[in-house]
Structure formats: C-alpha cells, structure tokens
Design a protein around this ligand. Structure first.
Ligand code: 5RP
Length: 231
C-alpha cells in the first residue's frame, strides 16, 4: 500500500466515529482531505452533520463538496474532530502544523469531545521530534521571539535549529496572518514541558505540540487500519 492509500484507509475508518447530528471539526492536509471527501459522500447519502473547518483550504474543499459548514462562533462545542498529523507517539502526543494550520487545528480539536487522528504508518514514532516543530509567531519582533525560543530550548537542554518557513521565497503567512518558525530538534523527550515553555513566550501564538488532545489514532497499514485508543 502506498502512504496515500494508507491515509485514505484511515480516513474511511474514521467515518464510523461520526454520528447523525454531529458537529464535526475538519482537519487540514492530504489525510484530512480524504476524510472530508468521504464524509461529503455520506452526507449526500443522508448523514446529517455540520462542520467547522480548520483552514481556508479545508473550508473551500468542504464547501465545494456540499458539506454543511458552520463556525465555532455558532457552535462552540463540537462532537468530534478528525485530523491528520505529522507525527504521533505511544502517548497520543502529536506534532502537527506541517501544513501551517496548527493554530486553528488546535482551537478546533480542543473544542471537541473527541479528536480522532488519521495517519499513514510513516507518522508513528518512538519519540516526537524527527519532524521539525512548527511554531506560529507574530511577525512583529520575530527575531526577539526567536532568541526566546532558543533560550527555552537551552534551558531544557535541547538543541534546536530554527528556520523561518518560506513559500515562494517569501515568509509563509498562516490563515491568521502569522509567520511560522520550524524548529528541528531531533528528539523531544518531554513534549508537555516544552509545550509549557513555548506557550509563555510573548510573540509565540501557538506551536505544533498537541498534548492531551487526541484519544483515538487510526493508522493505515498494509495489514489494514490499526486502532490506538487512549485508556
Ligand atoms: C496541517 C497538519 C496536517 O495534519 C499534517 O501536516 C499532516 O498532513 P498530511 O495529512 O498531508 O500528511 O497538521 O497543519
């Protein structure tokens, strides 16, 4: 099975968690797109759901497929969010934000009773950190924010290389108008602690560590979809 086939299998398996009448958070990325497409088919066949998108791209896709869209302003509590990930470990901790949608993804996931993560096998890791950690920052004073991120890493005895994310040669701009600094760390032994340190830096809007948010992971493999469920 290719990685994309594994993503699609996981996405289809996630449909079973969506119940009639559910308010559903829709993630961002290629795996989430498989889910959105499959959910739209189910909605056409009669499943009544209302969805909140985690990015402009997801909003456009969901709308084009005819899904009923709402907002967190109208529906501040959601039943379920289904989203992809860049990495997950055995403690249901994630690194997200490869697609740059981490801020809205975290707001939506944390507003949901369940976050179901869908992934191909390559996303499973022993220890988070192989994937560069996206940190969303306010453009104002970005270099000052960067040295504070470096200082936090030093205090935690982590080595990290900071790179400003670019798109077409210009700083990448998130849907909320911010920049992203990708921090290559290699291994993050204590994601919860790093999350706390990053969250209090002025100028850091959010970061891609998702801790205590996800309860179910569906991973596509050559032998079918494997389900990990938090006790
Ligand atoms: C976007 C994300 C995505 O979920 C993550 O990057 C995985 O992407 P894909 O499903 O395309 O592999 O966090 O911000």
């Amino acid at each position: 099975m290719t990685a994309d086939e594994q993503k699609k299998a996981a996405a289809l398996a996630a449909l079973e968690y969506v119940k009639p009448g559910n308010k559903v958070g829709l993630g961002t990325g290629s795996t989430a797109n498989h889910f959105i497409t499959a959910l739209a088919e189910k909605a056409k066949a009669g499943l009544d759901v209302e969805c909140v998108a985690t990015s402009k791209a997801t909003f456009e896709l969901a709308k084009s497929l005819g899904l009923k869209i709402t907002t967190l302003e109208k529906q501040p509590r959601l039943d379920i969010t289904v989203d992809g990930t860049d990495e997950f470990d055995g403690k249901f901790q994630l690194i997200k934000g490869g697609g740059g949608a981490l801020l809205l993804e975290k707001i939506v996931a944390s507003s949901s009773r369940y976050m179901v993560v869908i992934a191909d096998q390559s996303k499973q890791v022993e220890t988070l950190g192989r994937f560069p950690l996206p940190v969303e920052v306010v453009p104002f004073g970005i270099n000052a924010t960067a040295w504070k991120i470096e200082r936090a890493l030093r205090i935690l005895e982590l080595k990290g290389k900071l790179v400003l994310r670019l798109k077409d040669g210009k700083p990448f701009v998130t849907d909320s108008g911010n920049a992203i600094i990708d921090v290559t760390i290699g291994a993050i032994p204590n994601p919860d602690q790093l999350s706390t340190y990053l969250s209090v830096i002025p100028g850091v809007v959010d970061h891609g560590l998702f801790v205590n948010l996800c309860g179910i992971i569906l991973m596509g493999t050559d032998d079918g979809v494997k389900t990990f469920r938090k006790a």
